[in-house]
Design a protein around this ligand. Sequence first.
Ligand SMILES: NC(=O)c1ccc[n+]([C@@H]2O[C@H](COP(=O)([O-])OP(=O)(O)OC[C@H]3O[C@@H](n4cnc5c(N)ncnc54)[C@H](OP(=O)(O)O)[C@@H]3O)[C@@H](O)[C@H]2O)c1
Length: 335
Amino acid sequence: MKQVTLKAPGGLDNLTMAEVDAPAAPGPGEILVRVKASSLNYHDYRVCSLPGALPDGRIPMADGAGVVEAVGEGVSEFARGDAVVSCFFPEWQAGDERPFDFSTVPGDGRDGFAREQVVLPATWFTPAPKGWTHEEAATITTAGLTAWRALVVDGGLKAGDTVAVLGTGGVSIYALQLAKAMGARVIATSSSDAKLERLTALGADHVVNYRTTPEWGAEMRRLTGGRGVDLVVEVGGPGTLAQSIVAGRPGAHLALIGVLTGRSGEIPTALLMARQQRLQGLIVGSRTHQRDFVRALDAMKLRPVVDRSFPLDALAEAFRYEESGAHFGKICVSI
Ligand SMILES: NC(=O)c1ccc[n+]([C@@H]2O[C@H](COP(=O)([O-])OP(=O)(O)OC[C@H]3O[C@@H](n4cnc5c(N)ncnc54)[C@H](OP(=O)(O)O)[C@@H]3O)[C@@H](O)[C@H]2O)c1
C-alpha cells in the first residue's frame, strides 16, 4: 500500500511517498479501514512545514475518512462496508478530562492518515455523516468538530444569535455554515473582496474586509445596532483578539481557537472584564462530541465547502496551496 512519510529534518520538500506492506489483520477491538480521504488543517501544515516539528518517518495528517474492510474480534459498533471518520483525540472518548497537548494526535504525536490502510482500535472512529463523500467526511475530524464545539458545546448557540467568523479558512467556513443552519446571523470577515462575495453567497448576513477595515470590531458593533455579537469564532489569536473583544456584546462568548497571527500578545483585559465576556480556549473535541456532531449533520442539509482536492502524491503541493491563502473552506486529499 502507499503511504507518505515526513523524512528528517522535515519541511514540505521532505514529504516522501513510499510503497509499504499492508497492515496485518485487525486484532480484538480493532478495525481495518481503507482510508479514502484526508483534509488539510493549519496544524498539519505547521508540523509538516516546520523543520524538526515531527520525528523522522512520521506519517502526517490528523483527518482520515474511509471504509471499514474488516473488523476484529469483539467489535460490534462497525461492520464491513461502514463509512467511518477518525477522531482527533483518539483516547478522549468523553467527559471533562481534556488532553492538553498533541502527543496522542494522529499526524503529530503518532502516525496519521496519509496512507491507504490503517488497523486501529474501533474506538478511534465514529460513523461518517450519511451520504457524504469521503472527502467531505474527512473535514469533520478537525475543522468541523472545532467549529461545532466552539458554537454549540461551549458557546451554547441558539437561533437568533449573531456569530462573528474570521477569515475564510476551514474552521471559519464550517462555523458560518453551522451557524446559518442553526438559525443564527453571521458576520464574516476576509482580506479579499472576492471572497467576501462568496461568503455572502454562502449565507453571511454581513461581510467586512479586515484589511481595509482594521477596526472591524467597531464595524461589527455598528452592524448589530450597537449591541455587539454573541459569539466570536476566534481563529486569529493575538492580532485579532482585541477586535473580537470590541465586537462582542456584554457577556459574549469568545472561542479562542487559532494562532494565525502569532502565539502571544497583548489582550485588553480591562475591556474583556468590563464587558463580562467569556474567553474559552479549546482544542477540537472528544469522540462523544464527534458522535453528537455527526448526528446533527445527519439532520441538517449542510455539506462542507471543499475548495480543491489533491491526490496523495501531491500532498506537498496541497500544503503549498494552503500556504498561499488562496483557498476558501477546506482543501482535501483523495487517497
Ligand atoms: N483549537 C483548535 O481546536 C483548532 C482546530 C482547527 C484549527 N485551529 C487553528 O485555527 C486557525 C485556522 O485554522 P484553519 O485550518 O481553518 O486554517 P486555514 O484553512 O489555513 O485558514 C486560513 C485563512 O485564515 C484567514 N486569516 C489569516 N489571517 C487572518 C487574520 N489576521 N484575520 C482573519 N482571518 C485571517 C485567511 O482568510 P482570508 O483569505 O479570507 O483573509 C486565510 O485564508 C489556525 O490557527 C489553526 O491552527 C485550531
